[in-house]
Write a protein that binds this ligand. Structure first.
Ligand code: SAH
Ligand code: SF4
Ligand code: F3S
Length: 449
């Protein structure tokens, strides 16, 4: 039996793409190899969002050289956004590659492997697929408790720093019926939570004949909310420029929509936001936050921040830190600006030196750490609903997530994994909560397993 080994880098969309690829390989009789050394096909699904992400993949590929030398019959392939970016150039960097496949071409791989000669010339697949218009429904044998479903791909926003539009192509939405069917099947296979994915889910725009007077993403969420068996619904990522009032209101009306939102701010300085081409200013963002909290006071808010964008001054950083103080995010994901090929920012003047970026990142993260700690401590004494996803770090501990996406560790029986538990919060750090099990929320759920 042929064996495969897939390693995934980058965002949730790459995770989703990898699981589809693995599912398609399994359907063609491939088995999962316990280790790379035992695989006939080794595949790295790569990311290119920052230079470091790209370098990491190239280093990992180069580590495979001795293995390929010892067993020349294995097929080593690279995929995802970095494969799209490099295309045929990848073969100069890593000469023993047999396959380079961009993110829109991964589904062609299983058929290709039937004929690909590991000793022959490499195959490079990039750009849009000539054949694949929609994604066939993908359902694994057993769904993850929290399962990803990509609803749209690509991006038309061209933020000045970002390489994604060049690598994932123009925005393309999956038909609504296809999404609903995939979600239904995942729920039937044990998923409790569904996370909808897209570079900007707000611009979900399937060619639907449904002439409803609301954004198609709002209409999709309403339909998914009504599906039996769905406990929690999340989505990521959305863009502040087109986050509609209708969408905000759903946080107050849909029973399954979890009270957490990842809404990338990028900077608190209007000058930098403009240079980034984000098409909103801080005031617009603050309005969104106020409206979200009006509709759902307990909503947990997460964001992305880039420090050291070209032209960023100390004053601009001060404005970003002030924005963190004002908004009180639950947590942030923060990055040093990284030059990416093809992007507008690559050619901007006033690049910020690396050591200044590092210093700014540390200061930003320190301020946020204090805010996150206070936010998390506010949960002490309250009882939260935890979807138990696995074992915790310490013996006897379980781990799970609240509706607000906070990690909670608590002592409990491993039978609770896969179910909801009521947990009273007794402790907090900047990154997680600890608690005591009050009760499994749904006794019949636990016993019926
Ligand atoms: N589509 C998502 C972002 C995907 S990339 C959105 O618009 O929200 C995830 C995050 O990586 C971005 O939000 C941004 O903060 C960061 N990022 C993207 N390009 C970057 C670059 N060139 N340098 C540093 N960070 C970057
Ligand atoms: Fe990149 Fe901007 Fe598109 Fe997000 S919205 S993927 S940051 S170009
Ligand atoms: Fe990376 Fe591509 Fe995702 S560049 S972050 S894998 S969209």
């Amino acid at each position: 039996m042929r064996r495969y080994h897939v390693t995934t880098f980058g965002c949730q969309m790459n995770v989703y793409d990898s699981s589809r690829l693995e599912g398609l390989l399994a359907a063609k009789g491939w088995a999962l190899a316990a280790a790379k050394e035992e695989a006939d096909f080794i595949f790295l699904n790569a990311c290119s969002i920052r230079e470091k992400a790209a370098q990491r993949v190239i280093a990992r590929l180069k580590e495979l050289k001795p293995l390929k030398k010892a067993r020349p019959e294995i097929i080593v392939g690279v995929g995802g956004c970095l494969a799209e970016q490099e295309g045929v150039n990848f073969l100069a960097k890593v000469p023993f590659l047999s396959l380079v496949a961009g993110p829109r071409r991964l589904e062609e791989i299983p058929a290709l492997l039937d004929t690909l000669d590991p000793h022959g010339p490499a195959v490079v697949l990039a750009g849009d697929s000539p054949k694949v218009a929609t994604k066939p429904i993908y359902t694994p044998k057993k769904a993850d408790l929290s399962s990803f479903v990509t609803i749209m791909e690509g991006c038309d926003n061209y933020c000045a720093y970002c390489v994604v539009p060049y690598l994932r192509g123009r925005e393309k939405s999956r038909p609504e019926e296809e999404v609903i069917k995939e979600v239904t099947q995942l729920l039937a296979k044990g998923a409790q939570e569904i996370v909808l994915l897209g570079q900007n889910v707000n611009s979900y725009a399937p060619n639907s004949l449904d002439a409803l007077n609301e954004p198609p993403f709002v209409s999709l969420l309403k339909k998914l909310d009504a599906l039996p068996g769905l406990a929690r619904l999340r989505f990521t990522t959305s863009h502040p420029k087109d986050f509609s009032l209708e969408l905000i209101n759903l946080f107050g009306t849909l029973k399954t929509l979890a009270p957490s939102l990842h809404l990338p701010l990028q900077s608190g300085s209007d000058k930098i936001l403009k240079a980034m081409g984000r098409k909103y200013d801080l005031n617009r963002y603050l309005d969104l936050v106020a409206n979200l909290r009006r509709v759902r006071p307990d909503i947990a808010l997460y964001t992305d921040i880039i420090v050291g964008f070209p032209g960023e001054t100390e004053e601009d950083l001060a404005l970003t830190i002030k924005a963190l103080d004002l908004i009180q995010f639950d947590a942030i994901f923060s990055f040093k600006y990284s030059d990416r090929p093809q992007t507008k920012a690559l050619n901007l003047p006033d690049k910020v030196p690396e050591e200044v970026k590092t210093d700014r990142l540390i200061r930003l993260q320190e301020r946020q750490k204090a805010i996150s700690l206070v936010k998390n401590e506010a949960h002490i004494g309250s009882t939260v609903e935890v979807l138990v996803t696995g074992l915790g770090r310490h013996p006897g501990q379980l781990s799970g997530r609240t509706g607000g996406f906070k990690i909670v560790n608590f002592l409990g029986d491993s039978q609770l994994i896969g179910h909801f538990s009521a947990v009273t919060i007794t402790g907090a750090s900047a990154t997680s909560l600890t608690g005591e099990l009050l009760s499994p929320l749904n006794e019949s759920d636990v016993l019926s397993d």
